[in-house]
Ligand binder design. Structure first.
Ligand code: ATP
Length: 253
């Protein structure tokens, strides 16, 4: 019901539409104005990179797009829903339905194997029937294989190195076939070969499932295949979407 009430009536093809977003943390001497007047639109199946130095506001922006945090000011529309007016529960439900996350730290559950960690978001959604369970177990295994982890599926995170943990976290973000993946520095611990595997997999999801991606990085050379790169400096977007560097969608088979 809440979702219906908050539906944006105008035709809004964008998956994400931020209008005049500000983010403040703390008060008084501890106050921080982390994001200033952000306007950003993301189309379905689009892949963008948000670049900027440490402290420029990348995580703050991704947390708002991913509905993990609220904007202090401005409108946040996701999948035509005005989430800035929704309750915490409404946002959490929508988040679970639509979004896959890759956090800066891989945040894997230490007592679960790599394969079980990947399956976790699906398990949290409730009981699956036998066919659905088989299908998702296969999808999780396929994702891990594509990320070069075929022989590590039964390993616990304590036995995996930082690059392997980061790739397990990437597989976990994709296993629900989300409409949007929000990934905070997802390749920071990967070598060039692994970055290529990850970008191939992202492009495959973009092409086959219509998944959109918002990636953050301190080093924009890491994402040579995004369609747009936005630069954040001290909480301000240096380029508007129309001025930003645009590239045609490149999908490799
Ligand atoms: N929970 C918080 N409370 C207070 N200030 C915060 C909080 N989170 C972020 N900040 C401040 O907001 C600003 C932007 O931080 P943010 O983490 O979004 O930047 P970032 O570009 O992601 O940095 P990094 O690359 O180091 O992760 C910084 O000045 C940071 O200190």
């Amino acid at each position: 019901m809440e979702a219906i009430l908050n539906k944006v009536p105008a035709l809004a093809p964008e998956l994400v539409n931020l209008g005049g977003v500000h983010k403040h943390y703390g008060q008084g001497l501890a106050a921080c104005h982390a994001l200033h007047d952000i306007h950003l639109k993301l189309a379905p199946a689009e892949m963008i990179a948000v670049c900027g130095p440490s402290g420029s506001g990348k995580t703050s922006l991704l947390n708002i797009i991913g509905m993990l945090d609220s904007a202090t000011e401005g409108s946040v529309i996701i999948a035509r829903l005005l989430v800035s007016k929704m309750s915490d529960q409404g946002r959490a439900d929508l988040r679970n339905e639509l979004i896959g996350f890759v956090f800066q730290s891989s945040s894997l559950i230490p007592v679960m194997t790599a394969h079980e960690n990947v399956l976790l978001p699906l398990m949290l959604r409730g009981r699956l029937d036998e066919t659905a369970l088989e299908e998702t177990e296969q999808r999780a295994a396929d994702l891990l294989s594509r990320l070069g982890l075929a022989t590590q599926m039964r390993q616990y995170p304590g036995r995996l190195d930082a690059s392997q943990c980061q790739r397990v976290a990437i597989a976990r973000a994709l296993v629900t076939l989300p409409r949007l993946v929000v990934a905070d520095e997802p390749t920071s611990r990967l070598d060039n070969g692994c970055i290529r595997l990850v970008m191939d997999l992202f492009a495959r999801y973009q092409h086959e499932h219509g998944t959109a991606f918002v990636l953050s990085t301190r080093d924009q050379r890491q994402f040579s295949r995004v369609s747009r790169t936005l630069q954040l400096n001290e909480g301000r977007l240096a380029s508007t979407p129309t001025e930003a560097r645009r590239r045609p969608l490149r999908v490799q088979g």
